[in-house]
Design a protein around this ligand. Sequence first.
Ligand SMILES: Cc1cc2nc3c(=O)[nH]c(=O)nc-3n(C[C@H](O)[C@H](O)[C@H](O)COP(=O)(O)OP(=O)(O)OC[C@H]3O[C@@H](n4cnc5c(N)ncnc54)[C@H](O)[C@@H]3O)c2cc1C
Length: 450
Amino acid sequence: MQAARALRFSQTSNGAAPAQIMQPSSPSEIAAILRNPRPFPAPVRPMGFGSSTTRCLSAPGGTLVDLSKMDRVLRLDDSTVTVQPGIAIRELAEILEADGLELHGGFDLANRSVGGAVCAASLEAAMGGCPSQFAAHVTGLKVVSPEGNRFSAKVGDRSLLGLIRLSYGLLGIVYEISLKVRPIQTFTVQFARVGFGDFAKLASRLTFASSSTKLYLMPFKDRVFLELRRPTTEEAPGRKFAWQLKDWACYSALPTALRSLAKVVPIRRMRYPLSDTLSGATQSLVSRSFVSTGSNSLEQTGRFKNPGSKQGFSYCTWAFPAQDFGRIACAYQALCIEHYERTGFRCDMPAVVFRLNQDRSALLAPAFNEPMFTISSMTTEKDGWDDFIVDLAEFARTNNGVPFFNQTQGATSDHAINCYGRRLKVFRNTRRKLDPNDRMLNHFFSSYMA
Ligand SMILES: Cc1cc2nc3c(=O)[nH]c(=O)nc-3n(C[C@H](O)[C@H](O)[C@H](O)COP(=O)(O)OP(=O)(O)OC[C@H]3O[C@@H](n4cnc5c(N)ncnc54)[C@H](O)[C@@H]3O)c2cc1C
């Protein structure tokens, strides 16, 4: 596990190694690290599972604080669980399940840490009217400040809580997290598929739909697969095995098959139609036969969507205004086709889309001002991906795309500063007060925080 974390970290840190990697097991050890710059040089960067795809964790010559040893459940009752930040969402979901409880929100990337999900943008396809960030379900946090002092924030301190949620390890290290829990609830899942043209006509109806909305875009097949969930009063949340099979098919079997295909059929123009057939068949199979009911609990105990593992695929997410998403989805299809014709590269996996409901629970929430749809482009192919990211960033800039500091590569600092505007200014001022010596500021964030 340590080797895997180190590998993920070196991928996101651009090769520059920290001078120290610390694994504290208590808040006093965290405070000692932050207070003592000589043995623990800046930048001091906290790390959960290390699955972020930007250089937000990078700490060249500095101190990486790996929180994986702080992974205990501290308290649990019928409505709240209090945990240390290093526990994985999956482990927590399994513990809650044994008591008939589950986390709010459909977060399917179960291997990330609770600390990482709270302190960075972590998205889900929420039901209508529910917040769409994992951090929104936090009711209390305990933090060691960049100067080594302890403080806490709870529901009554709305603005403080809103600052620490999605603070990307710039306002201190979170060492205790209280989250809302509830009895396991069942939802139904409905699948459909349409062409991009028809999707453009119905997209506006999805913006405020009561169902949660997750989409899979296949630009070269002209297919949009829809996965809509609705709460139900049915008792049985479905079969665990079926959810595990869905998880395995989409996030393990498909990327593995695509990578094998690349070895057997090296010529891209011959391979891509086969990749599309495989991806389309996986989607059809999943939608027809696997799951018709489920629960957050069933989904979160899945093991295969494991970013950074050897099933590895590259991944880049932007959010776009929901009111214009029908047009933007078609423009994304055109971008993919044009880029492919010009460069010979295209993503070989379907892009995943979530509808994000408007969510003001965190100052740096991407959907703070309005509902958004995210597009996560994914590929198992590395050759050509970097150029695609540059074109995608330009596409996002001209289509009011909002980047995430932990999952959007290629965003320019000017564009990000523009998107987050006054909110980023407030965040920057708070950061300066809490961290006057820039203990936690790395090169990546300094371009946004200067
Ligand atoms: C293949 C792949 C698929 C992905 N799919 C999704 C997806 O479906 N949905 C999604 O939302 N994201 C996705 N991501 C992005 C990423 O996994 C998430 O952003 C995740 O929430 C990060 O969690 P982590 O534990 O890995 O945090 P890390 O990457 O370790 O940290 C994230 C940020 O939080 C800070 N941080 C971590 N712990 C603490 C703490 N205790 N105190 C203060 N700051 C802290 C870090 O400094 C960093 O800035 C994907 C990534 C990959 C590579």
